[in-house]
Design a protein around this ligand. Structure first.
Ligand SMILES: [Zn+2]
Length: 125
């Protein structure tokens, strides 16, 4: 599944992106401030630009964190069939937060179905 960047659960992935944007935002702002030291007057303009980029990055991280929080409330709680730990799923397909096993609610995408499969999904090959 190449739609997963880090081969982890979507919630964990969102948290990771949030962290990346926070770090990038702070890094850019520090770099911008350092510009004043290195380039003096010209550095101030660069610092201002970097400050804005940093602020945008931090804003994105807040949105990502907020979005992750919103999504985790609507996530499906289920017990992972592989490791037995309670995990959260976003959408129809997601990875287990603990053992990274691909989990799906869509019988058409399932590679193997659980034993308690009902007649509804038996029509699938
Ligand atoms: Zn698991």
């Amino acid at each position: 599944m190449d739609k997963f960047f880090f081969k982890s659960a979507k919630i964990n992935e969102f948290r990771l992106w949030g962290l990346i944007f926070t770090m990038a935002g702070m890094g850019v702002m520090i770099l911008g401030t350092a510009g004043i030291v290195f380039w003096g007057q010209a550095g101030k303009i660069i610092a201002a630009i970097f400050m804005v980029i940093g602020m945008i990055s931090l804003l994105i991280s807040v949105i990502v964190y907020f979005w992750a929080g919103m999504m985790s409330t609507s996530a499906t709680m289920l017990e992972c069939p592989e490791c037995g730990k309670p995990t959260k799923m976003l959408g129809k397909t997601d990875r287990c937060m603990f053992c990274k096993t691909m989990l799906t609610l869509d019988p058409a995408q399932a590679t193997h179905l659980p034993r308690e499969t009902t007649a509804a999904s038996e029509s699938n090959p």
